[in-house]
Design a protein around this ligand. Structure first.
Ligand SMILES: Cc1cc2nc3c(=O)[nH]c(=O)nc-3n(C[C@H](O)[C@H](O)[C@H](O)COP(=O)(O)O)c2cc1C
Length: 146
């Protein structure tokens, strides 16, 4: 059994909704998943998981929320196999700043799988995008670990 860690930060619930769809998709395919909401509780150790999936909203002109920066600092090293997702809103700076926290996290962790960007709540076609992205994560991860 392979276990994925999903660590996500959410303020108004959008990023949590995405995290839940990712979790459902992974568990539906038989993978074990642990979810952690960034900003509370004991920080998990990514070493105990096969891969970390990290998600964040974007704040204040493309910024990464402080709790996410703290989480990254508290982990203290860059795990391999990191996958990144985020939610944002193009009305706060257009495409240039859209989901910028996710873009920055993916760059920081040198993720070689494109970050998922969701506009606000993952409903309708966006929910399908989350499922497809997660299936891509499974394929990517499996290929790396064949
Ligand atoms: C003050 C403020 C600033 C924001 N700045 C950005 C931004 O620069 N880029 C972006 O993509 N979204 C921005 N957003 C939108 C949020 O990232 C978006 O609503 C997100 O889905 C919230 O996630 P949550 O519901 O998980 O907290 C901003 C929202 C607020 C309230």
């Amino acid at each position: 059994m392979v276990s994925f860690l999903i660590a996500y930060a959410t303020w108004s619930g959008n990023t949590q909704e995405v995290a839940e769809i990712i979790k459902e998709t992974l568990t539906g395919r038989g993978y074990e998943v642990e979810s952690f909401r960034i900003g509370g509780g004991t920080i998990p150790d990514p070493r105990e998981y096969k891969a970390m999936i990290i998600g964040s909203f974007t704040w204040d002109k493309g910024a990464t929320p402080d709790e996410v920066k703290d989480f990254v600092a508290d982990i203290g090293y860059k795990p391999a196999n990191v996958y990144v997702f985020g939610t944002g809103d193009t009305q706060f700076g257009g495409d240039a700043l859209f989901c910028n926290a996710a873009v920055r996290l993916a760059r920081f962790y040198e993720s070689n799988y494109a970050p998922l960007k969701i506009e606000q709540s993952p409903r309708g076609t966006q929910a399908t995008n989350v499922v497809n992205w997660t299936e891509g994560v499974i394929k990517h991860w499996s290929h790396l670990n064949e």
